[in-house]
Design a protein around this ligand. Structure first.
Ligand code: ZN
Length: 204
C-alpha cells in the first residue's frame, strides 16, 4: 500500500504558501508507516517547531491499473475518506530552500491520520461539489469544496498512473484548501465531509 499526496491542488492554498499555481499535478509520497493506527494517540513530533495540519479528501484505489484513460478513471475508486497531511512546515521550508526532497517534512511516522470510515461514492450527489472542513478547538480553520480543485479525482488518476502503477488499497490525498496552519500540543482537530464527522484527533 502506498500513499500518494497531491500538492497545490487548490489555487488559494498554493498562493498562501507563496507557490505558483501548477499546470500539472504535483505529487509526493508517504510510506505505509505514515498511517496512524486505529485508536493510537497522535504525538507532536520532537523534530519540528511548526507542525501544520492540512485537511484533504482521500480516495481509495480499488483495482490495479497503469496508464489509465480519463474514461475509465472513475472505475478505479469507489470510496472517499478524509485525512490530515501533517507537515513539518519549518523543515519543509528548509528542504525547499535547499532544493531537496520533502520527505523529512511530510513522510514521517503517523503523518497521515485518516478517517476509519470511507464513504461510498454513490452516497454523494455530485463528486464535483463535495464540501469538507476542519475545526481546530471548535473553530473552523479550513473549508474546501471539490469544485475548487485544479485537478479532479479522475485527472489525478490519469496523471499518476502514467508514472506509478496504482494498486488495490493505495490512497490518494487529493490536496488541501486554503487555511493551513499550526497545531500545538493539546489542540483538538475535527474533520468533516459535509456535516459528517470523520476525524477526531487530539494532539498529545
Ligand atoms: Zn497536503
Amino acid at each position: 500500500m502506498k500513499i500518494i499526496c497531491i500538492g497545490r491542488n487548490y489555487a488559494k492554498h498554493a498562493k498562501e504558501l507563496g507557490n505558483t499555481v501548477p499546470t500539472e499535478p504535483v505529487f509526493f509520497m508517504k510510506p505505509d508507516s505514515a498511517r496512524l493506527p486505529k485508536k493510537a494517540p497522535f504525538f507532536y513530533p520532537n523534530f519540528t517547531k511548526d507542525l501544520h495540519y492540512e485537511v484533504e479528501l482521500v480516495i481509495k484505489i480499488n483495482k490495479l491499473g497503469k496508464n489509465i484513460s480519463k474514461k475509465f478513471a472513475p472505475t478505479y475508486y469507489d470510496e472517499i475518506g478524509l485525512g490530515i497531511d501533517f507537515t513539518a512546515r519549518d523543515i519543509q521550508q528548509e528542504c525547499k530552500a535547499k532544493g531537496l526532497p520533502w520527505e523529512k517534512a511530510k513522510a514521517f511516522d503517523y503523518s497521515a491520520p485518516m478517517s476509519q470510515e470511507f464513504i461510498p461514492k454513490t452516497e454523494f450527489k455530485n463528486l464535483k461539489e463535495i464540501s469538507f472542513s476542519l475545526m481546530k478547538n471548535n473553530e473552523q480553520v479550513q473549508l474546501g469544496n471539490t469544485s475548487d480543485m485544479l485537478f479532479d479525482f479522475d485527472d489525478l488518476i490519469v496523471y499518476l498512473s502514467q508514472f506509478l502503477t496504482l494498486k488495490i488499497g493505495d490512497l490518494i490525498f487529493t490536496g488541501t484548501p486554503a487555511g493551513v496552519g499550526p497545531v500545538l500540543i493539546g489542540d483538538h482537530l475535527e474533520g468533516f465531509i459535509g456535516d459528517r464527522k470523520m476525524i477526531d484527533l487530539k494532539v498529545k
